[in-house]
Design a protein around this ligand. Structure first.
Ligand SMILES: [Zn+2]
Length: 231
């Protein structure tokens, strides 16, 4: 049996011969509840409800060890941008801080090349500006594959473990990290969200609509999953 909560995710429930309810959170974020065979669903649900806060705390504790640390902006590291690998170069310059793509390098020109915090800010800002530009361009292109669909409002917001989201009121949220993906990946995510305008659920109709526009979506999807998990 499983129990799903927005706050704590999926909880696996096992009923077995035992006297009382027990709960455990594992470092891989699995939550396991063991309940006596005669416990009712209501009893189990209210038990988990009472434990929600505690579960959340445990999950947060484990997360600090598993979440990838953000890269520092130092010369030599590799960065992904539009599906390609670039090397970051920090170049001393008398200009104010600017970021440029030069062949297979992303170069930050900086008057203060040792100020890591400032460099990181400049780089993040540049990526966000690129994301805004590219996502809006691709959105315009993808919308055209749907008959008479209005361009939704685009929001760029950090999302946990997902690339995008469709909100009612015709709004789309995209993860800024999506700028790492190739255009085919960006188009796939946008098209997926646009299909939600017609179909809320991931049902047969939904996937027909998607496949009509992106026949190779399954391949792209597995690539995007890998990228999301940072593998
Ligand atoms: Zn979806």
């Amino acid at each position: 049996m499983q129990y799903n909560s927005e706050k704590i995710g999926l909880v696996n429930i096992f009923q077995e011969k035992r006297k009382s309810l027990s709960i455990r959170v594992f470092p891989n974020s699995d939550v396991v509840v063991k309940a006596p065979t005669e416990a009712t669903q209501d009893e189990i649900t209210s038990f988990i409800g009472r434990k929600q806060r505690w579960i959340k705390k445990q999950l947060d504790y484990f997360k600090q060890f598993t979440e990838p640390k953000e890269k520092e902006a130092v010369s030599g590291i590799s960065l992904l941008y539009l599906g390609r690998q670039y090397q970051l170069i920090i170049q001393k310059s008398y200009l104010k801080n600017i970021v440029k793509v030069e062949k297979n390098k992303i170069v930050i020109y900086s008057s203060d090349p040792n100020n890591k915090e400032e460099l990181k800010k400049d780089l993040d800002k540049w990526f966000l500006e690129r994301a805004e530009k590219v996502f809006n361009e691709r959105l315009k292109v993808c919308v055209q594959t749907f008959p008479n669909l209005e361009i939704p409002q685009l929001k760029i917001r950090k999302l946990k473990k997902r690339w995008g989201s469709y909100l009612t009121k015709h709004q789309i949220i995209l993860n800024p990290m999506l700028i790492q993906a190739a255009k085919s990946g960006i188009d796939y995510i946008i098209t997926h969200e646009l299909c939600h305008f017609y179909q809320k659920e991931h049902n047969e109709q939904f996937f027909k609509m998607l496949e009509l526009r992106i026949p190779q979506w399954k391949q792209i999807d597995s690539k995007m999953e890998t990228l999301l998990l940072g593998k």
